[in-house]
Ligand binder design. Structure first.
Ligand SMILES: *Cc1c(COP(=O)(O)O)cnc(C)c1O
Length: 344
């Protein structure tokens, strides 16, 4: 045992690092990225803009970028927003002001970072199991903060809206965080509810709509709420390059919207095709991925890998479960062909 093993807290030593699976030369359908790349004319504009960045200086304030995001995401202007280095950073900021042993609630299965960050911060984390329909169960214990991914990852569904409204309304001392990472692919959002409730914030990100590499997350809340959470933010957490890229790329609202519509259409096709395979149980999705339970799921996963297709194996989370990101038509077809052949 070396120095670090005696020095570091035991609960941190017990964690496993977040591993990014290598995907060179693979069809990458594991991480809910958008398959759409930036058009050449936009790339030229970006190049020009990048030349104007004084990289010897700290990033300027985000006023321009804020305007762009308000417009892109149709955020009501009586609200305020703040940025994180990905919404992951905002999840951390939301929990950083808690007392040690304050209770944090998340659901199982849901996004893993809620629990991991709560562990870092020595908070009391409780995972509530979803019911058989992957919906929120009836009784939710009291907590300081509750994280609700809407749509949920990795199941893809939206929880029943009235259940969430009840949680918000009946727990006025609890901060309820609606994590809308997949808002662009969903038929519902809680943005318009922020005005009604003092204990609600919404998280969004540009990662799942084409810009995962920029690392830009958005917290949306009442002005007073955002003012206070800003005190927990690192200075200059959004770098100049991200700022310049985002200011230009996110004004392309129509293209971003059209790409999302394409993915939603393709999701319907993939859902229909997978549903024809009797060895699979396929779940409806409001996101840019589909969860399905497969017979011999580990073998299917390996078979896809051998064919250079990377999806996500969730067998350790839900028995037999796999998750595939929806992509362009030809890429989805490549995936579907390999799955069909596997069961023939
Ligand atoms: C992907 C994802 C995030 C992380 O988004 P980043 O902005 O890339 O950090 C947050 N929440 C959910 C539910 C996600 O699926």
């Amino acid at each position: 045992m070396g120095f670090i093993h005696n020095w570091l807290r035991q609960d941190i030593l017990n964690l496993s690092p977040y591993v990014v699976q290598s995907s060179e030369n693979m069809l990458k359908l594991d991480a809910m990225e958008s398959p759409f790349v930036i058009a050449d004319n936009l790339k030229d504009q970006l190049q020009k803009k990048l030349k104007t960045v004084d990289i010897n200086r700290y990033p300027s304030n985000h006023e321009q970028l804020k305007k762009v995001i308000f417009d892109m995401m149709d955020i009501p202007d009586n609200l305020d927003i703040m940025f994180g280095n990905g919404s992951d950073e905002l999840i951390q900021i939301l929990m950083m002001g808690l007392n040690k042993n304050d209770k944090v609630i998340g659901f199982n299965p849901s996004f893993v970072m809620y629990k991991i960050i709560a562990t870092w911060l020595q908070l009391k984390y409780q995972n509530i199991d979803l019911d058989d329909n992957f919906d929120i169960p009836k009784v939710i214990p009291n907590a300081k903060i509750i994280f609700i991914a809407y749509p949920n990852n990795p199941t893809g569904n939206n929880f029943t809206r009235t259940k969430i409204e009840q949680i918000i309304a009946h727990n006025p001392q609890t901060l309820v965080v609606l994590d809308e990472a997949y808002y662009a692919y969903s038929n519902d959002s809680f943005i318009d509810d922020i005005d009604k409730f003092n204990n609600l914030v919404v998280l969004r990100t540009i990662s799942k709509v084409g810009f995962a590499g920029l690392r830009l997350g958005i917290m949306i809340g009442k002005k007073a709420t955002i003012f206070e959470f800003n005190k927990l933010k690192m200075p200059y957490n959004i770098n100049s390059l991200t700022q310049v890229y985002a200011e230009l790329l996110l004004t392309q609202k129509r293209i971003i919207k059209e790409n999302a519509i394409t993915i939603i259409k393709n999701r319907q096709i993939v859902f229909a095709e997978l549903s024809k395979i009797s060895k699979l149980k396929v779940y409806q999705s409001q996101a840019n991925f589909i969860l399905f339970i497969a017979k011999n799921s580990n073998d299917l996963f390996d078979h896809l890998l051998q064919n250079n297709i990377l999806i996500k194996n969730l067998n350790s989370v839900i028995a037999g479960a796999l998750r595939v990101t929806i992509s362009k038509g030809n890429e989805n077809q490549q995936f579907l062909n390999v799955v069909k052949r596997f069961y023939e």
